[in-house]
Design a binder for this molecule. Sequence first.
Ligand code: XIL
Length: 312
Amino acid sequence: QTTLRGAADAIGKDIGVAVDANRLQSNAQYRDIVASEFNSLTAENAMKWDATEPSDGNYTFSQADSIVDFAEDNNQTVHGHTFVWHQQTPSWVQSLNATSMRTAMVDHINTVANRYEGRVDSWDVVNEVVSDNNGAMRDSFWLRTMGEGYITTAFQTARAADPNADLYINDYSIDGINAKSDTVYRIAQGLKSQNILDGVGFQAHLILGQVPSTMEANLQRFVDLGLKVRITELDIRINLPADSAELQQQANDYQRVVEICAELADCSGVTVWGLRDADSWVPGTFPGTGAPLLYADDYSKKPAYTAVLNAL
Ligand code: XIL
């Protein structure tokens, strides 16, 4: 195979990329690579609550629509991201009382899921609901206002709104076996037993040289629950400037992660969190680090690209 897409198609996996609607529209090189190298898209921001319902009942879908249209034009699946998160959710939601917040959540999920029914294949229904502190639940406005039941409400609503979409719980730092992934495991067991969960998304915002040694075993334990798994936001950051040895280490790390998914029948695919290094959220969030993706700023393929191609 000569493209990531061709290689992924051949083994029945998604190889996805998080995209920005403005770049897709304005930049032909970006657009052409997204279309030719990937068989799945995720909106990096355009399907988040602040983008889709900035004020109560006022829905704005132009950017999300353009991404879904692009995917359809190019025979790509869409992994939707995300309904319920503590970030990028407007303040009008955050200040509601329990009854009104529940109503807002149900209305939001129904409206977005129904709009894309049959066109978005899977959803991150809840994102980052577990804290980094010993696997405790995240102390978010959702938890404080609605109690832990907000997670069940979100999944029940999404299931009813689009019964054919695969529903995922998604989080970071759950790639290996640890207290946080143990908590996600317990939540997943409960949701799966109610038939309202299909998969677990492992964001995999990784640090160079730190693919968890327990990653394969961790994904396997979720598969053993009868769930799909997916690498949803893969990037591997390097302390800048990146030298050639580091870019080779990065290629090895990418290869390992993609091999884990390729070898697991119930791993639906791998999505990288952006196309070029210049497009990545990493330098802005983890200062001094960057170069985390498969393409350099000039759209040339990095060693990590070849490693992913080989792993598929
Ligand atoms: C990030 C986007 O990449 C940025 O453009 C945005 O400014 C902030 O959000 N976990 C997630 C993603 O689930 O939605 C985040 O995306 C990265 C961390």
